[in-house]
Design a protein around this ligand. Structure first.
Ligand code: PA5
Length: 397
């Protein structure tokens, strides 16, 4: 269940002037087109692929101690976001799930190689292009280690490649060696790919119900996503240039990292866009709360809250911890509103697959709609090629 409050912590907004744009954008989405397959959930994943994911994930669970997911950006953040949100804090998943290829830390790779030494490994390399620097290096190093440890036949049972259905170096490697593969849908970009094989295989390995996740996504109201996108657009035009995705449950930390990529890459182009940032509250209130309340007034917030139903009592107050957390959420939002820092409030009743699925699709819709409202192509990312080229030039000197 998604409860949306676009009133209590916002000044009133005039939606009517957006009517023409709304029907225009609805037409674009409904007609489909380049990079729009994520919008139609039946194009994200087919029943046949769901069955295959279930079979392969069960195989992975039975046959390894550590499942390494190698990927970056849209090929990693969605799975990590969902798994972290759903996982207990102190009990490790079985198999243990480790992400690699998300940095160029030599230290991380060295320690990882040592750590997996005597353990049974299965890896899932996820890269649509197959050429991304960080996962390519991580895969190379882990693959070398696995080639020493396992026979060619055994490697076939331990390497799973998720990549473009036809093109690329990883597809070629899989074909040459008969490795298990999954196809990244051609018309879905990384940041919109969590509800495809990219996100769903690791999520299934972690033991979470991918049917419920997809069912949640199917039940999102597009009108609410339009409302949210329009509010963001109005705030942007009022010079609110930073959106803080604020959460009061630290398990959502990576969900918000995923949101930052989704909105940042979708809308930050042509010298336009709202900078997505995040606030892990109440922790960050003790470091950044001063700025939010009293600093440069360029911020608005989108708060993701969880309904309070606290049980854990304490001797200090007559409220359970969860209820205190909700009181904090509301009072902080009021304090911010008093100085013009407005907030959208999005509440779920609990963290489960269904609600996380709803949140994912709601935000995907809102990000794309926001891109159209801003007059940018929501699905390209020309800005990331500039630095990549310079790094490549230097590496190939
Ligand atoms: O959203 C995107 O397109 C990017 O974040 C990509 O997912 C990321 O750069 C990884 O690309 P690839 O899957 O080609 O390795």
């Amino acid at each position: 269940m998604l409860k949306i409050d676009f009133n209590t912590y916002l000044k009133s907004k005039n939606f009517e002037k957006y009517n023409t744009q709304v029907s225009h954008i609805k037409n674009i989405l409904d007609n489909g087109g380049e990079m729009l397959d994520w919008y139609d959930l039946s194009k994200c994943i087919s029943p046949k692929e769901i069955d295959k994911i279930k079979k392969v994930s069960q195989y992975i669970k039975n046959n390894c101690d550590i499942f390494i997911v190698i990927g970056i950006g849209g090929s990693f953040l969605g799975a990590k976001a969902v798994i972290d949100a759903l996982s207990p804090y102190f009990t490790k998943n079985k198999p243990e799930i480790i992400f690699a290829g998300t940095s160029l830390s030599e230290c991380y790779l060295k320690e990882l190689i040592e750590y997996i030494d005597n353990k049974r490994i299965i890896i899932n390399v996820i890269s649509k292009s197959g050429t991304t620097l960080e996962p390519s290096i991580a895969f190379d190093i882990i693959y070398q280690k696995m080639q020493k440890k396992y026979s060619k036949e055994e490697l076939k049972k331990r390497i799973i490649i998720t990549t473009d259905p036809e093109k690329g170096i990883l597809r070629k490697l899989a074909q040459e060696n008969d490795y298990e593969t999954f196809d990244v849908p051609v018309q879905i970009g990384g940041r919109y790919s969590v509800l495809t094989v990219v996100g769903l295989l690791p999520i299934a390995v972690a033991g979470y119900n991918i049917d419920d996740l997809l069912f949640g996504a199917k039940n999102v109201s597009i009108d609410l996503a339009f409302q949210y996108a329009i509010i963001r657009d109005i705030l942007y035009k009022e010079n609110k240039l930073v959106e803080l995705f604020t959460f009061y449950e630290p398990k959502l930390e990576y969900f918000v990292e995923w949101l930052k990529q989704l909105f940042g890459e979708t809308q930050g182009k042509n010298k336009k866009g709202i900078l997505p940032s995040s606030s892990n509250n109440t922790r960050d209130l003790h470091s950044l709360g001063q700025f939010y309340q009293d600093g440069n007034p360029i911020i608005f917030e989108t708060i993701i809250g969880i309904e309070a139903n606290g049980k854990l009592k304490n001797n200090l107050y007559n409220y359970a911890v969860e209820d205190i957390n909700m009181i904090a959420l509301k009072q902080v939002a009021y304090a911010h509103l008093k100085v013009g820092v407005e907030s959208n409030l999005i509440i779920i009743d609990k963290i489960n697959e269904y609600n996380i699925g709803m949140l994912i699709y709601f935000f995907e819709l809102a990000a794309a709609i926001g891109g159209y409202l801003l007059g940018v192509n929501p699905f390209d990312q020309p800005g990331v090629t500039a630095y990549k080229k310079l790094i490549e030039n230097e590496l190939n000197k």
